[in-house]
Design a protein around this ligand. Structure first.
Ligand SMILES: C[S@@+](CC[C@H](N)C(=O)[O-])C[C@H]1O[C@@H](n2cnc3c(N)ncnc32)[C@H](O)[C@@H]1O
Length: 254
């Protein structure tokens, strides 16, 4: 059986998978400067799929009151470690999207982030709607959800395939080869799989591979927009372009 949501093994090598632009907390937060600029000082913000914590720590560095949650224990641990290392003040909690209301007060956040291609891990349309509903419930009126996504229409059009990144990725003085294997079934609603392998070249020349098979339930952009509407979120801005690999949607709580 495939573990959901995964990211146990990959958490240890996650920096080899994220772009240079997202590596430092300040740079990651700066990528959202337009929308962050709308926040009042000391606003309460949530990153509900925080990964290794760069965005959450970056937001804390800007003086916001930050909660960082993720379904993966290993990711939450890494977020706490990064915050400690950089002296950032935030609350890191292991929580699946369905568990958020058990940990956090409703209508208490000015902004919720769900970024870096996380939402496709919700197990199908009804779980995705429930996840969006949990995020919406945490927002104050006029609060915003910031969501980034792959363009799944394009991913699916590429079919099942293997992609070997054409350049070595260097992090912490170590090079790695990154491989993605996409398993794209016929139907949108079927469980998809993404196998990700990070093959690190050790100081003595040995190769150490960390890999994981992740489950994925992609969605069409139009479906996402109508699901946002159903949970009381109106799309305020969107960068969706059918030809572009990814997009950002900002939706406001009505
Ligand atoms: C591709 S990573 C993105 C991490 C981070 N936001 C970034 O941009 O680097 C997806 C994240 O979603 C988390 N995730 C997957 N399923 C989840 C769920 N049901 N509830 C909360 N987080 C989940 C994973 O553990 C992982 O950290």
């Amino acid at each position: 059986m495939i573990a959901v949501p995964g990211y146990g093994a990959l958490a240890e090598v996650y920096e080899w998978l994220i772009s240079d632009a997202k590596l430092t907390p300040a740079a990651f937060a700066e990528a959202f400067e337009d929308v962050i600029g709308l926040l009042p000082p000391h606003a309460q913000v949530l990153d509900c799929s925080c990964g290794t914590g760069q965005l959450a720590v970056g937001l804390a560095g800007l003086g916001f009151r930050v909660v960082a949650t993720d379904a993966s224990d290993a990711m939450v641990r890494r977020t706490g470690e990064l915050a400690d290392e950089l002296g950032a003040s935030l609350r890191a909690v292991r929580a699946d999207w369905s568990e958020l209301s058990g940990h956090l007060d409703g209508a208490s956040f000015d902004m919720v982030f769900c970024v870096g291609n996380s939402l496709h891990h919700a197990q199908g349309a009804s779980a995705r709607l429930a996840a969006l509903e949990s995020m919406s419930r945490l927002l104050r009126p006029e609060g915003r959800l910031v969501l980034t996504s792959r363009n799944w229409e394009l991913v699916r059009a590429g079919g099942s395939r293997m992609e070997v990144w054409d350049e070595l990725v260097r992090r912490n003085g170590r090079d790695a080869v990154v491989i993605y294997r996409w398993e794209i079934p016929r139907g949108w609603e079927q469980e998809h799989h993404i196998e990700i392998a990070v093959a690190q070249i050790e100081a003595d020349g040995a190769v150490r591979v960390r890999s994981e098979v992740l489950s994925s339930w992609p969605y069409r952009y139009d479906d996402l927009v109508s699901e946002l509407r159903r949970v009381g979120l109106r799309v305020e801005s969107s960068t969706f372009d059918p030809e572009a690999e990814g997009y950002t949607v900002v939706a406001i709580k009505e």
